[in-house]
Ligand binder design. Structure first.
Ligand code: 5GP
Length: 111
């Protein structure tokens, strides 16, 4: 199933890119909830975290490394949140796996 993020990855829709390699793309969220709100996603399409098979663990690890790098790049290494919404009950709106990297202000309780 194609999604907004699939279209962004294929260059069919614009986005403000902050990191890209062969496997991973990171962009600014169009509707940020904090001064820094980035979306880190694999280019390979998985609907969400729960659908990622165990043999893709290295890809997940690389996403976490990219999150560390972007936290440094955006000067939020002292405090940030990295989260994924898995499924409709969690509020997932775009069914292409992505992690929100959020920071730049004091973050309140999660829920
Ligand atoms: P989800 O609710 O699926 O975890 O997160 C989807 C995120 O995508 C939301 O934070 C929303 O603001 C963001 N978003 C939705 N449409 C677009 C878009 O066209 N471009 C960008 N850069 N972000 C988008």
């Amino acid at each position: 199933m194609t999604t907004i993020f699939g279209k962004i990855i294929r260059g069919e829709l614009p986005a403000e890119k902050v990191f890209e390699n062969e496997r991973i793309l990171a962009i600014k969220d169009l509707y940020p909830v904090a001064p820094v709100h980035l979306l880190i996603m694999p280019k390979k399409a998985f609907p969400n975290l729960q659908s990622v098979p165990p043999d893709e663990a290295p890809l997940l690890a690389e996403i976490f490394s990219v999150a560390q790098k972007l936290a440094n790049d955006f000067h939020i290494e002292g405090g940030y949140r990295l989260l994924t919404n898995n499924g409709a009950d969690a509020g997932q709106a775009v069914f292409h796996l992505h992690f929100h990297l959020i920071g730049g202000k004091h973050l309140g309780p999660i829920a």
